[in-house]
Write a protein that binds this ligand. Structure first.
Ligand code: MN
Length: 241
């Protein structure tokens, strides 16, 4: 720990913020209109050094658990609803600090907003970077959201064959925008949460992370029986030179 603190102070390890700023304009995930909808982020000033409070500034805010950069707990999905320690207040805190691997799909997602990550693409990535170790935009059109994500087979593969702790993305969900049409629907939620694993979405700055070797720190709010929470996500990265 002393060596870690020294490396942070000396700049040999950098701290990178993977978090989007919460604003009322931040896009909220939208489900088909027959389903319940999440609140967007709202903020209201209580006082700002004025007659409402001469010496202090503060705000009230409201939002859904799944707003902005946020954490998905296993209880979020029906496949994880009966697992032990499945809500944000009961997940072992050691799971909130873990190594990350980064699979860059930005070029494919630029060419095809519905791009799906496949098992073949993960195996190809592993030929360069080694085997995965166990451990923002919405783009609406008349057919819904179009954002990239994993296909059903690779979501299951990452859980069952690579034993990952979770799956994160810069997109608005861990599943593709058209993930409802996959089988099972929203497969990343289904397989990850069904196995007691986690999700992070609306991440930022993933291009500043190496393919392997970064350490993520991502503790959600301790909401009783919470299915998720907005959070600040930090990555520790060894300085490149
Ligand atoms: Mn979520």
């Amino acid at each position: 720990l002393a060596a870690l603190a020294g490396a942070l102070r000396g700049g040999q390890i950098q701290v990178i913020d993977l978090t989007q700023t919460l604003t009322p304009e931040f896009p909220q995930i939208a489900l088909p209109p027959e389903f319940g909808q999440c609140w967007p982020f709202r903020i209201e000033e209580v006082s700002r050094y004025d007659e409402r409070g001469p010496g202090w500034y503060w705000n009230n805010f409201s939002c859904g658990e799944h707003t902005g950069t946020h954490f998905d707990a296993p209880i979020h999905w029906i496949s994880g609803r009966d697992l032990p320690n499945n809500s944000v207040d009961t997940i072992p805190v050691g799971h909130f600090v873990a190594p990350a691997v980064v699979i860059d799909c930005s070029a494919q997602a630029t060419a095809d907003p519905d791009h799906l990550l496949t098992v073949d693409a993960v195996l190809e990535w592993e030929t360069t970077h080694g085997r995965i170790a166990a451990v923002a935009y919405q783009n609406f059109d008349e057919t819904g959201q179009h954002t990239p994500g994993p296909d059903a087979e690779v979501a299951r593969f990452l859980v069952e064959q690579r034993d990952v702790l979770g799956f994160g993305s810069e997109a608005i969900g861990t599943d593709a925008g058209q993930g409802y049409h996959l089988r099972p629907p929203y497969p990343c939620h289904y397989y990850m949460h069904g196995a007691g694993r986690y999700g992070l979405q609306c991440l930022s700055n993933l291009d500043k992370l190496p393919p392997t070797g970064a350490l993520l720190i991502c503790p959600p709010l301790k909401i009783e029986k919470g299915s998720g929470s907005p959070l600040r996500v930090l990555a520790l990265v060894a300085a490149s030179s």
